[in-house]
Design a protein around this ligand. Structure first.
Ligand code: TYM
Length: 329
């Protein structure tokens, strides 16, 4: 069975972009692949967090993994901090990552461009830790949204660098980016990606949003004046984003079919249909979440996941340290 690994940062609440671009795919793949899904609770502190809020988001994130359909009997679900070897390999990989490479990473460059102050060293070296998160488990594929592709490509370069210098140490993984929904855009500004750090709350539907709030967000999504439900991301980015959301939440219904369904209808009708799809999805997730959040399944899931992940990660770290001449025995 081929192996797959991915993770999500518990910074803020998980949103529809995380679900469509990542989490939903983890769930679909868990039958076909050996799935490792972790919660990146080291990556999330690369930007300042309120400890109480972070703890709540962290717990919600694990509960949402399960509520969205990840099955702990199939997938290995764990916290990044429970696998110490991951951070240790992160340091080793960081020492093999060039500053030029880190300077080119768009996520860091974007923050620099916005003149944000007090950017942390952790934020800068983040891609090296992400490479370690991946390479330590030798996955074949890394399912992510479009915005993480550059990080997975750097991971591939780093794996090859290690393999060329020290002998075969890592499998070179491939990013897996779905055709539909790899970049869900903000509802209030379809030129920007839907993001937890969006200043405008209206643009982002959170998985735990009250259904009325979610409905309002979709109904007030920015569109255009062309009055034509058509997938044309250049000229109709808002409508195209809604088509993408509708398609993804309807088993990837072809865009042409959606266009046909709404031919001659107004944007109001289309938005209503999208909001119904979104609310159906959220309602199902929230019902499961409510049953899970205070049960002891969370602790058991994380303990079992950490035990399994640690076995693999520790062995790989040892192999790497040996190859680098860092071990005596
Ligand atoms: P994060 O937490 O920002 O996002 C988690 C996943 O959600 C996807 N995503 C989106 N997909 C579609 N549309 C959007 N608007 C949208 N916003 C986010 C992301 O592409 C991602 O797949 N660095 C990672 C976490 C990470 C990781 C890893 C992932 C750490 N180590 C190792 C894979 C493998 C991140 O910040 O994702």
């Amino acid at each position: 069975m081929k192996r797959m690994l991915s993770g999500i940062k518990p910074t803020g609440q998980l949103h529809l972009g995380n679900y469509i671009g990542a989490l939903k795919n983890f769930v679909n793949y868990q039958d076909e692949y050996e799935m490792f899904a972790f919660i990146a609770n080291l990556h999330c502190i690369t930007t300042a967090q309120d400890p109480n809020e972070l703890q709540k988001n962290l717990k919600d994130c694990v509960a949402l993994y399960l509520a969205c359909g990840l099955d702990p009997n199939k997938a290995t679900i764990f916290l990044q901090t429970d696998i110490k070897a991951q951070a240790q390999l992160g340091y080793i990989i960081c020492c093999h990552t060039y500053m030029g490479e880190l300077n080119r990473m768009t996520q860091f460059k974007d923050k620099m461009a916005k003149n944000e102050t007090n950017l942390s060293g952790g934020l800068y070296t983040y891609p090296a830790l992400m490479a370690a998160d991946i390479l330590i488990y030798d996955p074949d594929y890394v399912p992510v949204g479009d915005d993480q592709k550059q990080h997975v490509e750097l991971t591939r370069d780093l794996a090859e660098r290690f393999n060329n210098k020290y002998g075969e140490l890592f499998k070179v993984p491939e990013p897996l980016i779905s055709k539909v929904g790899a970049r869900i855009m903000s509802l209030s500004d379809p030129s920007k990606k839907m993001s937890k750090s969006d200043d405008n709350d209206k643009g982002c539907v959170y998985l735990l949003d009250d259904l009325n709030v979610a409905k309002k967000k979709v109904m007030s999504a920015v569109t255009d004046s062309l009055a034509n439900v058509k997938y044309d991301p250049i000229n109709q980015p808002g409508i195209s984003n809604l088509i993408q959301i509708y398609s993804s939440l309807s088993n990837n219904m072809p865009y042409a079919e959606i266009e046909k369904m709404f031919e001659g209808k107004g944007y109001g009708d289309f938005k209503k249909a999208v909001s119904e799809k979104v609310c159906e999805t959220l309602s199902d997730i929230q019902e499961k979440y409510n049953n899970i959040i205070n049960s002891d399944i969370l602790e058991k899931t994380l303990n079992d996941g950490a035990t399994k992940a640690n076995l693999i990660a520790e062995e790989k770290l040892k192999k790497v340290q040996k190859a680098l001449g860092m071990e005596i025995l």
